[in-house]
Design a protein around this ligand. Sequence first.
Ligand SMILES: [Zn+2]
Length: 368
Amino acid sequence: MQIDENENSWDALYFIGVKTMKIYCFPWCKGKSKPNNTLPFQTRHEAEQAGYRACKKCHSGLPYGSWEDHEEVLKIKAPKEFSFKENLRYLSRSTNECLFTIIDNKIYRAIPIDHETPLVEISSENDTILTVRFFGNSTPKQKWVRAGVARYIREWFDFDTDLIPFYELAKTDLLLSQPVSNFYGLRNVGIPDLFEALAWGILGQQINLTYAYTLKRRFVERFGKHVEWDGTKYWIFPSPKDIAMLSVDDLTDLKMTIKKCEYLIGIAQLLTNEELTKEKLMNAGDYKKAEKMLVNIRGIGPWTANYVLMRCLRFPSAFPIDDVGLHNSIKLILKADKKPSKEEILKLSSTWTNWESYATFYLWRMLY
Ligand SMILES: [Zn+2]
């Protein structure tokens, strides 16, 4: 995509922060205020790290040319390195997924934006555009809420990452060439909500994936909210507030360990009082510092920390090096008799700098 300052272009060259309101705008926003009350930002990311929010008038939270708003239908531009089918295959890995369903190559789910929970059907005919149709009389009346939905979906599919350098690197890589050719167009389908990502990491500790999905379903159906339409319930993940005030007793009949119950409640409390936020982790300075912030929290070890940094915060160098799936995948590709040692993995991954996260995601994909 070409970038220029034209209003029809992909994105703006800079953004204007409005100090009093802590919002950032496109340069062409009509709502901008007096120059002495503004400051420039080079990128959207920089503005958001400084604690500025997207403007509700000019929808600066999304690259200008990245979406079209037709009210009941949104069109979201996909990057060239995208295969809807590959991402659907990944999302179909469990029949017990409780936060979305896939029917006839279309994804159905509720997306919480502020106090609204619109229901969306996501489809794509040719991989270049995602079509997002609101259903169940849930079309958001305000454009900024629809922009929030578009943003959530772009983030879910990681549309802002340019995969070309990764694919270049993978072509000649002993471990990555096969997964990248098998699953071309797969994105690191993420978990944009921090509590959901942390909770999923904790629920999955020391159990198999099938049981982790069962625990997630019990947790969501017990404590989450839902929107019902046409006999189907569309669930949204419980908010930290809903969990922070619970006691271990409230969670025990979900049949997970007491420790996991304590971890979940503890983390929900940290998020509720904003001791832990996405912004704080993004602002930690670098990946290692963010990892340290997380492992200092009870219940979060290096694996969970890296999992969350990879799937939610999208630190490109997040690397759950102790992951059993990663080890099995490497063993499979190398047709080895035993799993690789940590030293061997470090050697094999030495050229992956800043792509460790994507490399892991693609290697996991080899296992199912
Ligand atoms: Zn604005």
